[in-house]
Write a protein that binds this ligand. Structure first.
Ligand code: FAD
Length: 485
């Protein structure tokens, strides 16, 4: 049996990001992926939000994505555009880029990091004991790991076998999504129906059409047929536009569910395996990638033995509320996109409100992931929030904060008197950087905050401790997040 410290079931966006995080932390990690190649049947997600661009920037790979996509304002709530171009972030925008490309870029990076990937096989079962997990594969093989992470999507087998409940809400609407040839589709291709929005749009340089259509009856489970597609087109547009050469036909719903716990001992969940919801707002892939960035360094420290297993409890504690909020906002958006007059009136009211500065900022930050605040107790507003990508003057010249995080290691940024703090017992684990910064400190939504004397930054870019001229609480924070001295 082959051994790895961590086995990841599923090499979609979440599994790939987690593999990269663990590989950067020098953990022996492997992916088991059902698909023979990274090829996706259809286009699925259409892009990345600001915070995801930031986390990729923190690892030094964001240019790979930016160079392939289209920078644009993508944040929206129930189709109401939310412009974030005045936000205090280097990436005050989103990126239009199909999931296929996103996955390919992530997979190339993971390959460079030399992560073994067992393709064309499924994880079919596992048993865990006190020291590890035996993972069964569909080709009859087996792997032994200290931890197994289910990044195996919404129908996650890992979640089911781990006995983790998946409570939530059944669908209120089902959609067909298709990519096909059509002839003579209408100019006004976005049409509101009673239950939401239907749309046809040209893709592949105008050669093909992507259709998203509401079904008359809520369906789920079985594979949709060409007849279902024709029926839905006729119901909305009065014609099937001679639909043919269908390369992708799938169904999605607004089923909304979240795993009650993200961990059962040595088995964890991330991404769609842990939470599913309507695609409205384009958040699913983004939340999954950010789950991976929260979990990666923690799991690495536990595997290495520098932190106790209880550190993994903070993964659920921090990430469950984030996805729970996404579930609520997608349900609200689905409701606000219905086409009856009363819902339209509610949508218009919401649009009016979202033109005001404060609501626009709040909702823009929520959808783009820039307002995430892990509850690390009371204190400076930076505590638990994302560290801004400031331009610092360091002994080694001008450096951006995100550049200091490329290695996925924690950083103690000392902005006050050199040598005023002592982190000697953690010197091997935490990088010490003396720096000066004379500019404003500004956070999304909150605006200006007081300049700190020092900040302890976790590998995921969240602030674990803020210094105000003394080392009060520093040892506790270092011990909590990076292990006992
Ligand atoms: C129509 C549509 C539009 C969307 N638009 C957006 C958007 O604009 N923005 C956004 O952020 N999100 C969007 N999403 C959601 C996004 O596609 C998902 O949230 C994202 O793919 C989740 O990534 P994941 O890696 O967690 O899971 P998945 O992408 O589902 O990956 C799971 C992987 O696990 C593999 N696998 C499954 N079971 C096993 C097994 N037993 N053993 C081995 N391998 C296994 C699968 O082959 C797959 O590669 C959209 C979704 C849909 C359907």
């Amino acid at each position: 049996m082959t051994n790895h410290a961590v086995v990841i079931a599923g090499g979609g966006p979440t599994g790939l990001m987690l593999a990269a995080e663990l590989a950067l932390a020098k953990v022996d990690v492997a992916i088991v992926e059902r698909r023979a190649t990274q090829e996706l049947a259809g286009s699925r997600a259409g892009g990345l939000h600001s915070r995801t661009l930031e986390v990729l920037d923190q690892r030094g790979v964001v240019e790979r994505f930016l160079s392939q996509g289209k920078i644009m304002q993508v944040a929206g709530f129930a189709m109401i555009r939310l412009d974030i171009s005045d936000f205090p972030t280097r990436h005050n925008y989103g990126l239009g880029l199909w999931q296929q490309r996103i996955e390919e870029i992530l997979a190339d990076w993971v390959r460079e990091l030399a992560v073994p990937t067992y393709r064309s096989r499924d994880v079919t079962g596992f048993t865990q004991d006190d020291t590890g997990v035996d993972v069964e594969l569909s080709d009859g093989g087996a792997l032994r790991a200290r931890y197994l992470v289910g990044c195996d999507g919404g129908r996650s087998l890992v979640r089911k076998l781990a006995g983790l409940d998946f409570p939530g809400w059944d669908p209120s609407v089902s959609y067909l999504i298709a990519e096909a040839q059509m002839t003579g589709e209408p100019e006004a291709s976005v049409r509101r129906g009673d239950k939401g929005i239907n749309a046809l749009g040209r893709i592949d340089d105008g050669k093909r059409v992507r259709a998203v259509l509401i079904e008359q009856q809520v369906k789920q489970g079985d594979e949709p047929t060409l007849d279902d597609l024709r029926e839905a087109l006729i119901a909305v547009y009065g014609s099937d536009f001679d639909v043919r050469d269908v390369t992708w036909l799938s169904r999605f719903t607004d089923t909304t569910r979240q795993a009650a716990a993200y961990r059962n001992q040595r088995v964890l969940l991330a991404g769609d395996a842990a939470h599913i919801h309507a695609p409205t707002g384009g958040q699913g892939l983004n939340v999954g990638v950010q789950d991976a960035v929260n979990l990666g360094w923690k799991l690495a420290q536990v595997v290495r033995g520098t932190s106790p297993e209880t550190l993994l409890d903070s993964y659920h504690a921090e990430r469950h509320p984030v996805a729970a909020r996404v579930l609520r906002n997608t349900m609200a958006q689905t409701a606000l996109m219905r086409g009856d007059e009363r819902t339209l009136a509610a949508n218009e009211s919401m649009a009016e409100l979202l033109k005001l500065d404060e609501p626009r900022k709040r909702y823009g930050a929520m959808i783009s992931g820039l307002d995430i605040h892990y509850d690390l107790g009371a204190g400076h507003p930076l505590l638990g929030r994302r560290m801004p990508d400031l331009e610092l003057v360091t002994d080694g010249g001008v450096r951006r904060v995100f550049a200091l995080l490329h290695a996925a290691r924690p950083v103690l940024l000392n902005l006050g008197e050199p040598g005023a703090l002592d982190i000697a017992p953690w010197a091997e684990r935490v990088r010490w950087v003396n720096a000066r910064y004379d500019g404003e400190w500004e956070l999304p939504v909150l605006g200006g905050v007081a300049a700190p004397e020092a900040v302890l930054i976790r590998p995921d870019g969240h602030v674990a401790w803020v210094g105000a001229g003394t080392d009060d609480g520093l040892c506790d924070a270092l011990t909590t997040w990076f292990g006992a001295p």
